[in-house]
Ligand binder design. Structure first.
Ligand code: GLC
Length: 487
């Protein structure tokens, strides 16, 4: 019999509102909130990183020890994000550090042990908290051992007899590769070869552990679900994704319009709506504010924005070779991001030579991200690959036309003006070549200069597009029900 109200434990390594490094955190806030609004009992589990500001004041819900993990006490604090309860699993030896995953661009040496511990504790705490979920929803490699342990360690455990697992793939380039020796506390990894997780006689990946053992898998866009079945798109895990293709679906992320809405954005100097007069006046004021903030000349030129981790995934290596040619045009560019120090140095050098046209802010700043989304005319996402991408969706909400490479979720969410002017929401290019990027950036500039009225129509159309989490949550519910054999 179908259960009307499901209980769901959503397990993630970061959650917007508490701690964030990327889009995963946005999803980990918005999807549980949408499921809650549909009247399901959803709770989140997150590592209790010391960096989470609200942690110290939060009440302790459980003090215990992890069975099977010798001498490791942990405690669970209960926090709230919106209406949703969050269990933060605190264990000083693993999470009382300055950062979540790495410092000075160097991953913590014991990340395997840290996230294996977190995954094991997520399951260990549930009977102790008397929370018996129908679905445990893991996300990315950090939580890959959750489905794995559910299947192996807890297979005969009556408490979990009705519990099924789902894993979402937000980015399969990160696999969590560790040697058996790096997982000394995980009994399942000791003394024998673990075929569900192994990538070589000596190493496993946590992502594979999750993919091979979860009842259902989803990628964060339909195109990414297809790409994962190829060697290139899955970064070498096509065999595993193909083996699970009947349990693999793609669900496009939504947009949290309570955080990303120009009519109601606490960071902006003015607000605006999807009406031509309001939008033009609002974006003009936001453009000036952005130019002021990043020290670019305050003038009415086309402004291109980019906010991202500085990695090749985001296509910085397509931009760099053509950047100075682009900067000969009458336009401005603002890039905000942190990451690879080599890319950062190259961008900073170019910015120093072209300070009248190009501002590079080496920072991770939510506030500046809002300024760029609102103040730019175009938003650049020339990604090499992009499981979903959220900034293109945010930029549409702000009437800022995304310029994307047509891969993954970018392909599923942006319609190119020249391909389909009636339904256009931005610009896209296909071939991963710097020159293709330059040409689409030029195409956008011509549109700005020569077709202003038409551009306003496209901006307003983009602003009205709704990427609704409620709808995505319904698709997740269908996936959960298929995991529970309720369809
Ligand atoms: C990862 C992906 C990004 C996606 C996000 C949320 O950060 O790189 O494409 O939007 O997860 O699913």
């Amino acid at each position: 019999m179908a259960t009307d109200h499901l209980s769901i434990l959503f397990v993630a390594s970061e959650v917007e509102g508490l701690i964030k490094s990327g889009g995963l955190a946005d999803v980990a806030k918005a999807l549980p909130q949408a499921l809650h609004s549909l009247e399901h009992d959803v709770r989140i589990a997150l590592p209790g990183y010391r960096k989470i500001q609200a942690l110290q004041e939060a009440p302790v819900a459980l003090q215990t020890k992890l069975e099977h993990w010798p001498h490791t006490p942990y405690q669970v604090r209960e926090l709230k994000v919106g209406d949703v309860s969050v269990y933060a699993i605190e264990c000083d030896q693993y999470f009382a550090r300055d950062e979540m995953y790495s410092e000075y661009n160097q991953a913590y040496a014991d990340n395997g042990e840290r996230f294996a511990f977190f995954s094991a504790a997520c399951l260990d705490m549930l009977p102790k908290l008397q929370f018996q979920p129908n679905i445990i929803h893991a996300n990315d490699w950090h939580t890959g051992f959750v489905p794995y342990l559910l299947k192996h360690r807890y297979a005969e455990f009556p408490f979990f007899a009705q519990t099924r697992s789902v894993i979402s793939i937000h980015n399969a380039v990160f696999k969590g590769v560790f040697s058996y020796g790096e997982l000394p506390n995980l009994a399942e990894m000791q003394g024998h070869y673990a075929p569900d997780a192994a990538v070589s006689p000596t190493h496993i990946t946590m992502l594979k552990a999750g993919v091979m053992t979860a009842d259902k898998i989803n990628a964060v866009s339909p195109t990414y679900a297809e790409e994962l079945k190829t060697e290139l798109g899955s970064h070498g895990m096509a065999k595993e994704f193909r083996a699970r293709e009947h349990d693999l679906v793609g669900i496009l992320n939504g947009c949290d319009y309570s955080d990303w809405n120009p009519a109601n954005d606490v960071f902006l100097p003015v607000s605006y709506t999807a009406d031509a007069t309001s939008m033009l006046a609002g974006k003009k004021a936001c453009k000036q504010a952005l130019q002021q903030r990043v020290n670019l000349p305050e003038k009415e030129v086309a402004v291109y924005g980019m906010v991202c981790r500085l990695t090749n995934q985001k296509g910085v290596h397509y931009l760099l070779p053509i950047l100075e040619r682009f900067l000969q045009l009458d336009a401005q560019l603002v890039i905000v991001g942190t990451g690879d120090p080599i890319l950062a140095t190259q961008l900073a050098e170019i910015a120093a030579r072209h300070s009248d046209k190009f501002a590079f802010v080496e920072a991770y700043s939510n506030e500046l991200a809002h300024f760029v989304e609102a103040g730019a005319d175009f938003f650049l996402m020339p990604s090499e690959f992009e499981p979903c991408g959220l900034n293109q969706i945010y930029s549409m909400a702000y009437g800022t036309l995304p310029i994307v490479r047509a891969v993954g979720g970018l392909k599923d969410s942006v319609v190119d003006y020249d391909q389909d002017p009636e339904n256009a929401t931005g610009f896209a290019f296909v071939h991963p070549e710097p020159i293709e990027l330059l040409s689409v950036m030029q195409r956008a500039l011509l549109f700005y200069l020569q077709q202003r009225e038409e551009m306003v129509q496209v901006q307003l159309f983009a602003m009205q597009k709704q990427f609704c989490w409620r709808q995505a949550a319904q698709q997740y519910l269908a996936l959960y029900r298929s995991a529970l054999h309720e369809t």
